[in-house]
Design a protein around this ligand. Sequence first.
Ligand code: EPZ
Length: 434
Amino acid sequence: MEKYVIKGGTVLHGEVEISGAKNAAVAIIPAALMVDGVCRIENVPQISDTDMLLTILKELGAKVRYLNRSTVEIDCTKVRNQDAPYDLMRKIRASYYLIGAMLGRFGSSKTTMPGGCNFGVRPIDQHIKGMTALGAQVDIRNGYVYAEAVGGRLHGTRIYLDKVSVGATMNIILAATLAQGRTIIENAAREPHIVDLANFLNSMGADIRGAGTDTVKINGTERLHGGTYTIIPDQIEAGTYMVAAAATGGEVLIKNIIPKHLECISAKLRETGTIVQEYEDCVLVKGASSLRRVNVKTLPYPGFPTDMQPPMGALLCLANGTSVITEGIYDNRYKYVNELRKMGAEIQVDGRVAVFEGGKRLTGAPVQACDLRAGAAMVIAGMCASGTTVVEDIHYIERGYENFVGKLNAMGAEIEIIDFPEEEENLKKIISVS
Ligand code: EPZ
């Protein structure tokens, strides 16, 4: 099993180029299913989630061609409504977008219940509420979600989301795009990747307004034509490198970003004493000699992103004083805290609140990546710790960060990816020499 072996004491210096937004790409690729023509999509991140979705589209009969590392051509002219591979769909949360896309294109869908990072209960009741309101009959049985548009085609409606949900907002946009008539989504999520999906669909002939606000209006169209679209830079990847630069006390230029998307992260880092200088499409982060404690509450966009909560937790272990994180989105997104405790961190968790007693030097240890963003947090902690840290379950990290180790090592990190066939012996050897 491959693991990251991280030599501590890193101070990051240099620059990093941000890739395309994972949470936009995992909705835009399924959206290509609805296009009767060829979509050329640029700035697609090279991560396992996008690979899996492209494989699923191929299984449905799409022609998929990589023109270069980050540009893919998808032709869904000849796709058929057939069973997509169960074992791939159940691995990723974003497989739920196939419901909206296949309902829109074929009038029916058969998908698995979504997989993805496991932090607390992650229902899809708001997705089902939306599809039902659009005129679909939805049944969940034997691990599958069956949806069928009554009368063969969905019809426009008005939907008020009980919870601000990124996935449900995007899924309903997908399904409504080819529905008969007008759909209005109220209490919609406003994340940048929702705007990106709407822009992609509009560039293919859809008629979607208000994405990025809490009310989205979709006038259903008959078909979507092909075209070219460039995915926005990844807000969370950029934020992760900003926090890594601040935590290691380094100086990093983060390139190919949209500063507006990072406002909350920049503001919070400035509160810690970190210098954050914004330019048109890049941001310069200069770590402070000592980090001030801060409080963080995660909220829907434009609040502090929940996906930045674990990386911020790693940083707060190092900040002087007591910091408090309140997780406003998920029931249980603190599994990584136990892994930080193995490195000497002092953290108390009570429900959605975590209290960090900072100012401690972390020590290297064998730890787990409990999920995608928790894994990034462990890498940040490992770079800051004294000694060597071994991170396992790195497949989570590779779901959402393109070339994570390569980008960090180019800025001075010392991370090796080592295969540990004989688990224990090697691990003990590595830790004992540190
Ligand atoms: C998306 O997940 C992202 N995943 C998550 O990023 C991100 O954490 C989340 O949005 C919030 O920003 C993808 O885009 C693939 P939600 P999603 O629906 O759509 C509850 C990462 O690290 N809820 O906005 O699943 C839900 O339990 C991943 O990149 C319902 O109750 O998130 C949560 O408490 C992790 N019913 C809250 O709403 C529903 O039908 C927000 O979830 C749907 C959600």
